[in-house]
Write a protein that binds this ligand. Sequence first.
Ligand SMILES: NC(=O)c1ccc[n+]([C@@H]2O[C@H](COP(=O)([O-])OP(=O)(O)OC[C@H]3O[C@@H](n4cnc5c(N)ncnc54)[C@H](O)[C@@H]3O)[C@@H](O)[C@H]2O)c1
Ligand SMILES: [Zn+2]
Ligand SMILES: [Zn+2]
Length: 361
Amino acid sequence: MVISTRGVVSGGKGEPVRVTEISVPEPGAGEALVNVQACGVCHTDLHYKMGGIGDDYPYLLGHEAAGVVEQVGEDVTEVKAGDFVILNWRAVCGQCRACQRGKPWYCFATHNAAQKMTLADGTPLSPALGIGAFAEKTLVAAGQCTKVNPAISPATAGLLGCGVMAGLGAAINTGGVTRGDSVAVIGCGGVGDGAIAGARLAGAKTIIAVDVDDRKLQWAKEFGATHTVNSRNGDPVKAIQDLTDGNGADVVVEAIGRPETYKQAFYARDLAGTVVLVGVPTPEMKLELPLLDVFGRGGALKSSWYGDCLPSRDFPMLVDLALQNRLPLEKFVSETIGIDDVEAAFAKMERGEVLRSVVVF
Ligand SMILES: NC(=O)c1ccc[n+]([C@@H]2O[C@H](COP(=O)([O-])OP(=O)(O)OC[C@H]3O[C@@H](n4cnc5c(N)ncnc54)[C@H](O)[C@@H]3O)[C@@H](O)[C@H]2O)c1
Ligand SMILES: [Zn+2]
Ligand SMILES: [Zn+2]
């Protein structure tokens, strides 16, 4: 049986998204059907709409979600109907060379549902990051469902499914931020503020938030920024050096995905420091750096896929920390909206008015 429901579809590069009827197959082997309760609007959804990720239109957008498992296919043992879950977009395979080496967060063969969701006329949809959760129901691989404590609100929990986890993990897992470190975060949206919250959780001493928008900098303080820098008003590299005894930060997280801000991150770190790129660039972007500086400044230039998280390890732990009031997850939710308001939420994101708009069903 095929289930008919409503979803937010991006039909072509730059076109406004539309809410339309979609068809969701019943879960087959290894799959789960999820009743989506909440799904955050991430900048990556906007990248999809604008053609920055690929050309596999139509996309079913939404990938930062929590909900309740409605039905599972045969052989599924990890979750069952009624479980409250956060959806993840890197369900690890357990068999590829990364998994075999004991580093499953790098898994090179993550999987999604085998069956396709479609438009009402049968056109197959490409679900954003293999999820597609701006929809009342979605079909995912069972491994994409991570069970967490249902005491947390779905709108808050869902944000761990992408942006907040990516930022938090970029600081803690990829950047290895630890007690006493100095950290700078360039770009303070949902992802950047996740990195700030992560740096605070890990015990960083100095946390410098950099953005071009004073409102964002004000919010960054609520997540733990000890200093803020508006890079419209001067050179952020100099400002970060001034705030770190002239040295630069131990770890700099770039949470925008642009060459010019990557260069700022590169030069704003201390010798032998670490740069973490968690912002996602678009295909035409190029980076040019003197190779001598790459050598001479030493340290590590890393990229962070999904905060190098392991959903089964990290989601339940972070939900527990939030429930203990040790991680202000609920502050990432700027507003809750309906399924018809995603296009308006993109505009608010571009104007810098929100950290996260969250669609609730
Ligand atoms: N690596 C991953 O796994 C992963 C996961 C989720 C999102 N992302 C990416 O992270 C990036 C950020 O996502 P988001 O949802 O936080 O976006 P967002 O739009 O909410 O935030 C971006 C922030 O950057 C600021 N900014 C823009 N240009 C700037 C500049 N030149 N200097 C300083 N600040 C600037 C904006 O004011 C805004 O506060 C996006 O590229 C997104 O695709 C990556
Ligand atoms: Zn693997
Ligand atoms: Zn995302």
